[in-house]
Ligand binder design. Sequence first.
Ligand code: 5GP
Ligand code: MG
Length: 180
Amino acid sequence: MDADIERILLSHDQIQARVRAMAGEMAEVYAGSEQGLTIVPILSGSIIFLADLIRDLPLKMKIAMVQVSSYPGTATTSQQLEMKSDLGQGLAGRDVLLLDDILDSGNTIRHVQKLIRAREPASLRTAVLLRKPAKAPPDVPVDFVGFDIEDAFVVGYGLDFDDHYRNYPHIGVLRPEMSS
Ligand code: 5GP
Ligand code: MG
């Protein structure tokens, strides 16, 4: 895999430290939650982020996964949203924390935020590991951000290209010839 990566933007150690700090911020925010916390991770990109984050979050929680894909197959620019699973019941009255790997155009998160709000949670907050500020739209509120990054196509730590590289431990920029 290393040979396919042009350069590393964030090392595994940097990511781990930041995820631990984010868990600390969240633990404070949700310490007084009486409704109970439900984490809604957007699959598949947030799986590694989810797994690391929740083990640093000493709170009672439920996990309700949703699968949305805006980059089907080998596309590296946003395509039409494809919703592969639906949110179950049970978000009403809960403190909901939506989790995604990256905020790019914001279409994915905007869409899922709307679906969650329709289920009348007690609160809705959103956490993303990465944000591309060059594009992040002002109408998509996010409460927790791991890192602001440049506008490049990145892979690793859950982020894929054509479903590859999710297990790459760092976050790096893919060699352009790998996605052409
Ligand atoms: P948005 O809807 O905000 O444009 O895009 C969000 C989704 O697109 C993310 O959940 C992620 O799956 C995918 N995405 C956006 N930018 C990147 C990127 O740089 N690398 C990868 N691997 N996926 C991305
Ligand atoms: Mg995704």
